[in-house]
Design a protein around this ligand. Structure first.
Ligand SMILES: CC(C)(COP(=O)(O)OP(=O)(O)OC[C@H]1O[C@@H](n2cnc3c(N)ncnc32)[C@H](O)[C@@H]1OP(=O)(O)O)[C@@H](O)C(=O)NCCC(=O)NCCS
Length: 154
């Protein structure tokens, strides 16, 4: 597996597995209207628009893209692993690469607005729960857990 910077031509492949996560994982944790809204908004055009102030990295194996992660200031964004490859260490790999970028930028902490399903994953990666959040996004209220990790420079 390799980690590289996201390229514009990766967009449709990334949106494909981001949407698969929404269909296959989120329905056990979120109401139907929330899942439908998020699914509809995960189009390649909107993905690129959101990414203007973010750096994105992807994990690849041969030509397949297996996962993506973004960083905007010190907030982890758009963190998704292809559902066919969950629990194989790809999330861990993405977080450690994001931490390397954060340290190059001399950031003191990383934060994430975690979805309910991913709280356990981020906790394993060293993030601590700060509070629950509920943000109005268009017609829906998106809830989750705001988490933080202090970066260690020793
Ligand atoms: C959450 C997600 C990114 C994890 O990626 P992954 O590649 O499956 O994670 P890893 O295999 O690297 O797992 C790292 C550790 O976290 C654990 N873990 C993974 N997913 C977990 C979960 N949902 N809940 C609790 N623990 C989890 C693993 O068991 C592993 O533990 P170990 O080190 O003791 O073996 C992935 O499940 C995903 O894309 N989910 C849907 C999208 C999503 O919710 N993204 C986050 C949005 S904020």
């Amino acid at each position: 597996m390799k980690v590289r910077k996201f390229r514009k031509e990766d967009t449709s492949k990334v949106c494909y597995f981001v949407r698969r996560n929404m269909k296959e994982i989120l329905p056990d944790f979120y109401p139907k209207d929330v899942v439908e809204f998020l699914y509809k908004h995960e189009t390649p055009k909107k993905f690129l628009k959101r990414g203007k102030n973010r750096i994105y990295i992807v994990v690849t194996k041969k030509k397949r893209i297996l996962g993506i992660a973004g960083l905007e200031e010190n907030d982890v964004k758009s963190f998704f692993v292809n559902p066919s490859y969950h629990k194989k260490g790809i999330g861990n790999l993405l977080i450690s690469e994001i931490e390397k970028i954060a340290k190059l930028r001399k950031l003191k902490t990383l934060t994430v607005h975690s979805s309910f399903n991913a709280e356990g994953f981020y906790a394993k990666c060293g993030f601590k729960k700060i509070r629950k959040f509920a943000n109005k996004v268009g017609p829906i209220i998106l809830e989750g857990i705001f988490m933080e990790k202090k970066l260690n420079y020793e």
